[in-house]
Design a protein around this ligand. Structure first.
Ligand code: ATP
Length: 508
């Protein structure tokens, strides 16, 4: 691997993209993009959902063929027709769906990097070679490498994937939203690793919607808007305001338009949990949720937040305690049962758990209100024109970027797919709306839209539970419950709702 000898910004580009253009039918995903990535720099790519960031990365990775434009590596035109070409050119791409062999250990997965194209069997990896240990040390791996990666946390799996790229001796490592699923401490570790990689001469490409991280660690930021570059700034000139303006097209002040969620005067209790538990993941949780109330659940990854949500949504069954919904016993036998009782859940893993990828945006939006939009029971698939109009309207109000609601949901960018899941549940006017990491992977402009929709649900009487690892998001909630090791370890109200207080309770 080449070691950086020049200061960031001075070196000749390792990769240069010139006039890159890519369309999908009528959608122009990239419109003549010019951008360069240099050794020794962290280069942030930001932009609204659907702005073209992943398309650029997919073209560089050989997963998409651009319609026009050139990719140059070390000044030479490169032909990247597939992932093998990208690998040969020293380019590594780490996508959200980490490409690890789940039954292999961490060490075996890292070793795969040096066995490209040869027969790989677990028996070949009995000893841990020095190269693996070196790569593991460089990324700060301090967990056992001899257990299957399926038993590791997402954060640990990211570190394994980065270590593999180091064993492969890649000169450029592009990471697509590496911190999206991590808590604050894990994200800080990963950013430190990115800095160390850049310091050792690797060109690091960092795609993220978390602008505080981008402004803190990047040596250069390029913002995309509608397939074009709307801003390119070196470190000294990067400000959050400039980046937000380039993404959204106007200023968005933190919490713009946001008053704290309204509280109904004499709220009715909608949900009451008494000593509810399941195994060791949820332990004796008691809580009440009132009509028209927005309650945040703060906690680190693994604190039991999602497991608690799954019990309320009927995805898992509690093995102790009682639940009451509207004062009546509530023992959801299944998800449809919970939905029928007015409970809605937008899961953390939306793509795998919530979308029918080959179905249209309209189908995905209306699946929860199917009866409303079918012509007759005999012809369930035939829907009135108003269904399409309603779907297009939801797309506009939630800023879902698609040419037409008839398009398959898998043709949408990741963030736009998330907005579809959100729109689906908001249409049901649920009694209880549970949002698990509602703004993960969602751009800064759409975050404000999503919070506006939560406010609407709140005003129409839904009780909303918001689970988030980004504690700033919870500052507006009426109450915040903090979870650690499966228990509720504290409740914050009014002026007590601050990020330091949440962190203090998490780590107490
Ligand atoms: N396979 C595809 N078929 C049709 N359209 C596509 C396809 N892949 C991407 N697009 C469209 O191209 C545009 C750019 O998408 P891209 O995934 O690059 O956005 P992005 O900036 O990475 O967004 P996000 O932050 O949401 O991940 C979007 O309008 C998207 O719907």
């Amino acid at each position: 691997m080449t070691t950086a000898t020049t200061a960031p910004g001075q070196a000749a580009p390792l990769v240069r993209v010139r006039g890159l253009t890519k369309s999908y039918g009528a959608i122009r995903a990239l419109r003549g993009v010019d951008v360069s990535f240099r050794r020794g720099e962290i280069h942030g790519l930001v932009g609204a959902n659907g702005a073209g960031k992943s398309t650029l990365i997919r073209c560089l990775a050989g997963l998409e063929r651009p319609d026009a434009g050139d990719i140059l590596v070390d000044g030479e035109i490169a032909h990247v027709h597939g992932p093998d070409d990208a690998a040969r050119l020293g380019l590594a791409f780490i996508h959200q769906e980490l490409n690890l062999v789940s039954s292999f250990t961490g060490a075996q997965n890292i070793m795969l990097g040096s066995h490209r194209g040869s027969m790989v069997t677990p028996r070949r990896f009995s000893g841990v070679p020095r190269a693996v240990l070196d790569a593991a040390r460089r990324v700060g791996i301090d967990f056992p490498l001899d257990i299957p990666v399926s038993e590791l946390t997402v954060h640990q799996q990211w570190l394994v994937t980065i270590a593999r790229a180091l064993v492969e001796d890649r000169a450029l490592i592009a990471m697509d939203e590496p911190t999206a699923s991590l808590d604050a401490q894990e994200a800080a570790t990963l950013l430190k690793v990115a800095r160390e990689l850049a310091a050792s001469g690797v060109a690091v490409v960092f795609i993220s919607h978390r602008l505080d991280e981008v402004t803190a660690v990047c040596d250069r930021v390029t913002a995309f808007k509608d397939g074009s570059i709307s801003l390119a700034l070196p470190r000294a000139e990067i400000t959050r305001e400039a980046v937000v303006r380039a993404i959204v097209g106007h200023d968005v002040t933190p919490g713009a338009g946001a008053t704290a969620f309204e509280v109904t005067e004499h709220p009715r209790v909608v949900l009451r949990l008494q000593d509810v538990g399941r195994g060791r993941s949820v332990r004796e949780v008691s809580l009440t949720l009132h009509e028209g109330e927005v309650v945040g659940i703060a906690g680190l990854v693994g604190s039991g937040r999602t497991e608690l949500a799954r019990l309320i949504f009927g995805a898992d069954r509690p093995d102790r305690g009682t639940m009451l919904l509207d004062g009546k016993p509530y023992r959801p036998r299944s998800i449809p049962h919970a939905i029928a009782r007015g409970v809605a859940y937008v899961p953390e893993e939306r793509r795998s758990e919530a979308l029918f990828l080959t179905h249209s945006v309209e189908d995905n939006l209306h699946i929860t209100v199917w009866d409303r939009w079918r012509m007759s029971k005999l012809l369930p698939l035939i829907r009135p024109r108003a269904s399409r109009a309603a779907a297009n309207h939801t797309c506009r109000t939630l800023g879902i970027k698609t040419a037409d609601a008839r398009r398959p949901v898998m043709s949408l960018s990741g963030g736009n797919q998330q907005k579809v899941v959100m729109g689906r549940w908001l249409a049901t006017n649920p009694k209880i709306l549970i949002l698990d990491e509602p703004t993960r992977g969602v751009d800064v402009g759409a975050r404000a839209d999503i919070y506006d929709r939560i406010r609407e649900a709140n005003r129409s009487g839904s009780a909303v539970l918001v689970i988030s690892s980004e504690f700033e998001e919870l500052l507006e909630c009426n109450r915040v419950l903090v979870m650690a090791e499966g228990r509720i370890v504290g409740e914050l109200t009014g002026g007590e709702i601050t990020v330091p207080n949440m962190l203090h309770l998490c780590y107490a």
